[in-house]
Design a protein around this ligand. Structure first.
Ligand SMILES: *Cc1c(COP(=O)(O)O)cnc(C)c1O
Length: 426
């Protein structure tokens, strides 16, 4: 039998770090990444045959778990008719209509193959529409790896951004201004002096790439007011939250109508599918009707769109998000109760099927506070749970996910494991 370690050794010869996306490499927690052979419902199996309850769900896309029979059946049927045509299909039309129906701010939508493409395109569109250059983002929010968005705060709040990755020119990073999440005072101050130079504010309405951070009451609505007042666009990056926290995304929960929205992850249900869309007058700036160029050989791929349609159909069934929210709360609050009984400082938040778990007394509201959580204790907990067959994201700074097919069986097994692990850690 081949082991995870043998595969990881082989992988590192021909793939940088042995992985095709960095966090999969387990660098934050240490140890060997699990090479997965199969997933079914809420569980996955690695090459050594070990079974895990999965709370990563492919980093969010698998709202209905692994290999959902309805999704697989539809994907197989459409694949038999051809994988890609580079010409329009009826499926894309149906999908665009479906997105508009579920998320009414998407008056028009364009499909891409990854969330990165969606955010990158939305930024170019916002700049093209407004004729302005500056982009405002918030520390700890991740918007894919486009150059304009791989930017960190300069020294001191309202300074120009600096590259957060090798290969991003400083001149480009300087066009992105990075503020503290949930700090509306900084946004007001920036708009007061630079308001007429800002093309867009891009924000994760619920931050899901610094563990999970909820927006403070009024934060998002004030962003809406300020952008409107200054003629800048408000972009909600719902690549993670879209159809994950609620059927209409975070924007439906908070009652905010962004100008543009980016989607990914759940809308493809595990296939490479993402989207950006919003106001018709803005979307009309896109080629071929407008001057902003954007394209993709595989955009709107029929197999991916079919998976997306079935996933959204399943998501729209009665009571799905109520049950999902109940299950997510039961798992996370159950773990926190056990931890506190064992003397650990722990806190949790969740919305729909997305959750944050912190080794920290109270919930954080920005990146600095997230970084104050106890990473070493998380790492010990993570390794213990993995040994017990429970697969959390391999980093203290990632959100977790529950699917609609997780049941009380997984709940009980997870809590039993957490009790054993946390007792041993004392
Ligand atoms: C995952 C993610 C992206 C990037 O999507 P990819 O498909 O990985 O390129 C962008 N924004 C947010 C909020 C995400 O969670």
């Amino acid at each position: 039998m081949i082991t995870n370690q043998q595969l990881f050794d082989r992988a590192q010869k021909f793939i940088p770090g042995g992985v095709n996306s960095p966090v999969r490499a387990f660098r934050s927690v240490g140890g060997t990444p699990r090479f997965i052979t199969r997933g079914q419902g809420p569980r996955v199996w690695d090459v050594e045959g070990k079974e895990y309850i999965d709370y990563v769900c492919s980093w969010g896309p698998l709202l209905h778990g692994h290999a959902h029979p309805s999704v697989i059946k539809a994907v197989q049927a459409v694949a038999e008719r051809g994988l890609s045509f580079g010409a329009p299909t009826a499926l894309e039309v149906e999908f665009a209509e479906k997105l508009n129906q579920l998320m009414p701010s998407l008056e028009q939508v364009r499909l891409t193959s990854s969330g990165t493409e969606a955010t990158m395109s939305a930024i170019r569109l916002a700049r093209g529409f407004t004729g302005r250059s500056y982009i405002v983002k918030f520390e700890g929010c991740y918007h894919g790896h486009g150059d304009a968005l791989l930017v960190k705060a300069g020294s001191g709040a309202l300074t120009f951004g600096q590259p957060d990755s090798g290969g991003v020119p400083a001149e480009l990073a300087a066009q992105t201004l990075v503020l503290e999440y949930n700090h509306i005072g900084q946004v007001e101050e920036l708009f007061a002096t630079q308001g007429d130079r800002i093309a867009a504010v891009i924000v994760e309405p619920v931050a899901g790439n610094m563990n999970m951070v909820l927006p403070k009451p009024g934060f998002l609505s004030r962003l809406r007011e300020l952008t409107t007042a200054h003629g800048a666009l408000l972009i909600f990056d719902e690549v993670m939250t879209g159809f994950r926290v609620a059927l209409g995304g975070a924007q439906s929960l908070f009652g905010i109508h962004p100008d543009l929205t980016t989607l990914g992850k759940v809308i493809g249900g595990g296939m490479p599918l993402a989207a950006f869309g919003g106001r018709r007058d803005v979307m009309q700036y896109l080629a071929p009707v407008g001057p902003v160029y954007q394209a993709g050989t595989l955009s709107g791929n029929p197999v991916a769109v079919t998976a997306g349609l079935v996933n959204l159909h399943l998501a729209g069934e009665n009571g799905v998000y109520d049950r999902l929210g109940d299950m997510t709360r039961a798992v996370t609050e159950g773990i926190v109760d056990i931890a506190r009984t064992q003397g650990f400082a722990m806190s949790t938040c969740s919305l729909g099927g997305m959750f944050g778990l912190y080794f920290r007394e109270t919930l954080p509201s920005n990146l600095t506070q997230v970084m104050e959580s106890d990473k070493l204790t998380f790492n010990t907990f993570f390794q213990g749970m993995l040994e017990e067959g429970v697969y959390f994201a391999p980093s203290a700074f990632e959100a977790g996910f529950v699917s609609t097919v997780h049941t009380s069986v997984e709940l009980d097994q997870t809590l039993t494991a957490a009790e054993r692990v946390l007792k041993q850690m004392r």
